[in-house]
Design a protein around this ligand. Sequence first.
Ligand SMILES: Nc1nc2c(c(=O)[nH]1)N[C@H]1C(S)=C(S)[C@@H](COP(=O)(O)O)O[C@H]1N2
Ligand SMILES: [Mo]
Length: 460
Amino acid sequence: MSSRRGFFFQLATAALGTRLRAEDRPKRDMIVRSARPEDLEMPLSGFADYITPIEHFFVRSHVYVPTVNAAEWRLKVEGEVGKPLTLTLEELKALPAVELVSVVECAGNGRGYYTPTVAGVQWNRGAVGNGRWRGVRLADVLRRAGIKDSAREILFDGADVPLGSMPDFQRSIPAKKALDSNTLLAYEMNGETLPVKHGFPLRVVAPGWASDSWVKWLTTIRVLDKEHDGFWMKGAYRHPGKPVPPGAAIPLDQMQPVTSLRVKSVIAAPLDGAQAIVGKPLAIRGVAWSGDAGPVTAVEVSVDGGRTWKAAALHADQRTQFGWRQWQLDWTPPQEAYYTILARARDAAGNTQPFDQEWNPSGYSWNVIPRAGIDVVKEISAPAAAAQSDAGTRTPPGGFREACSGCHEDDLIRQQRLTRAQWDREITKMTGWGAKVKDEDRQSLLDFLSGSYGPRPQGR
Ligand SMILES: Nc1nc2c(c(=O)[nH]1)N[C@H]1C(S)=C(S)[C@@H](COP(=O)(O)O)O[C@H]1N2
Ligand SMILES: [Mo]
């Protein structure tokens, strides 16, 4: 496109003081978990930053990103309120502005580490980032609308539209969390207009809570006098909240919504499998965060697989309630050997990270103590090429393309490692959403999926 057009477009929008339509700067070095809808994971190098740059910020979208025209956009506030509102972006921005730093982490971050494996985007560490959010207090908007005493939950809906016959992505939070002075409606991220992929022009910021509650492209707030019944509250984002047998299918009504994040740390350096030089000081560093029970008060590091622990230094200028905190421990490897480095964060309520995670059916809230194995040597040698492992791939049966490639690529399928029973449930879920699988093709499709993308051997 001509740069002239871009130039006049910028002039016009600068004059209006509001961007009408936005185009994001491209993302960099992301791990593509799904190309469309976009699920992009931040690479490990992203943990070197305090505030995660937008180019590196993870993206999680259940459906395609909607294009919102800010001039036509309105925020509706309805339900259990005395005075329903329809606000423009300008009207919203006239309310007092608040800024805070908060981690946003997907409930499914770390799902890829669960054994037995579970269906869903196979995130490792990077479905998380630390942002600087600016906007208005949700409580200010709700009070302006005259929120009634009958309010129990606040339901959010965004401008994104479901694919096929899948249910619309709508999420609710309890009135108490909504009225908390830290819960925001944000129109800026890291000092910039909220990028399209992150919810332009407005998103929910629910600090300390998993980001499924951080609804993007917000258009409607409905105050409810009862629990919301929709699929994304009652059929997803639920956790048993107690130990259950690994691999068991737990009835959804016996689980509860995922809310607060758990205390967690990530080792940013050295990387697992790296080499270090004997007698040469090595900086072990990373970040740590928590949720409602935060902030993080300490991070301990072990270089002997957990026998002994030393306190890492927490960055002095990062005392926020909800942001992550960088930490560092300087250590000089005393001899040529293989060392296992561990990190363990503790939060204000005294919670720490476990060595082993209790399994749950959807693979949520992974916060196991991270480890990095390093080879301490006299001299660094050329790195060995990483062995690529993939499932034995078979030829897809007839009908597979037609049935399974309309809404997303096969990346979402190929990253799964599921049992036959789990694949059976996935096919049922997808046909329920509109995938056209002929009766006579279902068996061969199931054979193909469970044969090609079956579970990993235990003891990963
Ligand atoms: N409207 C809408 N909001 C949404 C989603 C979505 O699909 N649609 N995904 C949610 C989930 S599951 C996550 S983890 C976060 C991801 O936020 P990000 O893409 O800005 O990192 O957005 C949340 N808000
Ligand atoms: Mo998520």
